[in-house]
Design a protein around this ligand. Structure first.
Ligand code: ZN
Ligand code: ZN
Length: 350
């Protein structure tokens, strides 16, 4: 219900150096430095930082944070919040809704005096067998990411990209296909997509991929027969699929494999130059972020008269939605840029 004096979200959701601060609730969303009270959208390193006193997040996000940073550093007090369940923090009604990004990822909906803002964190609209789908929430201000907010970024169906990988495996049965995929989300999604496409042989993992795959399975996402690539001998890996961190696919580790075909699963693989510069023979355009069409469709769907745009190409999206009468504001928050896809030009192991 609207109050006659409904405040604009600008009056109560503030952009501070540590991140978005919900003043009447006394909490930050995805703060970049340790704070007293944090609500965390998902466990990627740019959103989930260690050392907060009180952390509220989905059970899955908290579980993944504990695996990545240790029980203590994941938050002194850890409060698990199921999707869709409303709670009151200070004077603010708060709830989480799936974001479709990685396991446990949530949008944070906040309502104060009839004024509603939704912080989407990172999100995508394409179906993902490893996490709950994005649910649009009508709001007054929608805070959206803009990682792939340019018309050139249109992600093909992930099934088609997986079919390309399997066609290459069939074509080169004596070579090892080593697929670069980030450890949280992308790796498990690629595995789940391979299983759905009928690949029931063992999938081999670089050691860095093992802990989160084990955690996904513990949290109820089946991934099939997974084996360590390090102890398996080279003969076993001929004709096999190995999943490794993007930083490892072109280094000495990968060269030990049988005539490796270097693949990389990322939304950036849409840009040929990116694939070439990283020595990628088989680019796979698989992204956990909304593409240009998904960003625009989502803005229309939530019906917000105003969007706040963060990490990515803010200006292009703001310009586009303005044509439809939606106001846009670039937040210019520092410290975000997905660990998982916003690949640095150098130091790619990050
Ligand atoms: Zn993310
Ligand atoms: Zn992000």
């Amino acid at each position: 219900m609207k109050h006659f004096d409904t405040p604009h979200p600008e009056a109560w959701l503030r952009v501070l150096p540590d991140g978005l601060f919900c003043e009447p609730g006394g909490f930050y969303v995805d703060p970049v430095r340790p704070v007293d009270r944090a609500v965390i959208t998902h466990a990627h390193a740019d959103h989930a930082r260690p050392g907060h006193a009180h952390v509220l997040a989905s059970a899955e996000t908290l579980a993944i944070m504990r695996v990545r940073m240790g029980v203590d550093r994941a938050g002194t007090v850890q409060q698990e919040q199921p999707y869709g369940q409303v709670l009151t923090i200070g004077e603010v009604r708060v709830w989480l809704q799936p974001a479709g990004h990685v396991l446990g990822a949530a949008q944070v909906a906040m309502e104060w005096r009839g004024s509603r803002a939704v912080v989407s964190g990172d999100y995508k609209r394409a179906p993902d067998p490893t996490c709950a789908p994005f649910e649009p929430i009508p709001c007054d201000v929608f805070v959206t990411e803009a990682t792939f907010a340019l018309p050139v970024f249109r992600h093909p169906p992930p099934e088609a990209e997986i079919a390309k990988l399997l066609a290459s495996v069939a074509l080169f049965p004596e070579r090892t296909h080593v697929v670069g995929a980030y450890a949280l989300g992308k790796c498990q999604r690629v595995i789940a997509l391979l299983r759905r496409a009928g690949w029931d042989r063992p999938i081999y993992l670089h050691g860095a991929q093992m802990p989160l795959c084990a955690e996904y399975e513990r949290l109820g996402v089946p991934l099939g027969d997974l084996r360590p690539a390090t102890v398996a001998n080279k003969a076993d890996l001929a004709g096999a699929i190995v999943i490794a961190p993007p930083g490892a696919i072109a280094d000495r580790w990968a060269r030990r494999l049988a005539e490796p075909v270097v693949c990389l699963a990322s939304g950036w693989m849409r840009v040929r130059q990116r694939a070439r510069s990283r020595g990628v023979e088989l680019p796979l355009v698989i992204s956990d972020h909304a593409d240009w069409d998904e960003l625009n469709a989502t803005v229309d769907e939530v019906g917000a008269p105003e969007i706040w745009v963060t990490h990515g190409r803010e200006e292009a999206l703001i310009h586009e939605v303005a044509k439809r009468g939606v106001r846009g504001r670039a937040l210019r928050l520092l410290g975000y840029g997905d660990e998982e896809e916003d690949l640095p030009a150098q130091g790619e192991a990050a």
